[in-house]
Design a protein around this ligand. Sequence first.
Ligand SMILES: *[C@@H]1O[C@H](CO)[C@@H](O)[C@H](O)[C@H]1NC(C)=O
Length: 338
Amino acid sequence: MFLSLLIIVSLPSCLLRQAPLPVVVNTWPFKGAAAAAWSVLRSGGSVLDAVEKGCARCEEEQCDGTVGFGGSPDESGETTLDAMIMNGNTMEVGAVADLRRIKNAIGVARAVMEHTEHTMLVGESASLFAENMGFVAEDLTTDKSLNIFSQWLKGNCQPNYRKNVSPDSSKSCGPYRPEAEQEQNEGPRHVNIHSHDTIGMIALDQNGHVAAGTSTNGLNHKVPGRVGDSPIIGAGAYADSSAGAAAATGDGDIMMRFLPSYLAVELMRAGADPSAACKSAISRIKRHYSDFFGAIICANITGHYGAACNKAPGLTEFHFMVSNSESDTPVLKSVGCF
Ligand SMILES: *[C@@H]1O[C@H](CO)[C@@H](O)[C@H](O)[C@H]1NC(C)=O
């Protein structure tokens, strides 16, 4: 028994099937982000730089209007940003949430990691920190986000994320008061494919160094102060160089309750195939919220990757990008939802 254990432990790692490394995987068909990350890695840069540059590219390109400035105005019309970055070698994390007036959220997250002993900064104080670190404060509102906001106001603030309030949030704008009389009802959720296309990115290099990151502007018409899954460690993303990495996207208010990225990494640590680990993480949420909108990407430390998504209105197939030396250019992949 002891002997057989010893034999298993001492199996040379070259017997493990090796996929091409380095590799970057990111959510959605965000090609510019994939290309930016890949160009860092292929020229010998670090996985942290790759993840930061990749997500930053999406912040600049305003990927799908759901990453970076000028998108997802909240109930007061303001765009606020959430981001995180994780170093799977040291388990250091930097995260920002409800960041205001600073475009490069993942850059600020990296600064939290590298210039403080903390893990997460939020709100107005995070913006002040960013300014002190040399980031430029600018208005994140654009004509586009202003237009989304004014259309929403004109339409009686529909949709919104309030429930059990008075006046009736399905008909009226606020201000709202709690309404005890109303039956406790989740009501229809108004999340759809265009309201939460967070970029999540995971990267691995030949030396077994793993990193992960996310960046998003959250949800259209969110309640001010709302923070989604993206900057929450283990929810939006997770990386551990001894097991793998994962990043999630979708209905963060629901997904963050299940720490899907952490779960997937732990399953891969226990030997699960990346696709199976991704599926299990989705299944765990599905048990409680059968039609939630969400997807997750996973990679283990030999560079094998997978993805999974929950079949829901507006999501039957999930697209993601994979960049490795096999093609030397980011490739669009897809997985059918289950
Ligand atoms: C990663 O996943 C692949 C595919 O399932 C598997 O062959 C490989 O052994 C896994 N690597 C590790 C380190 O578990």
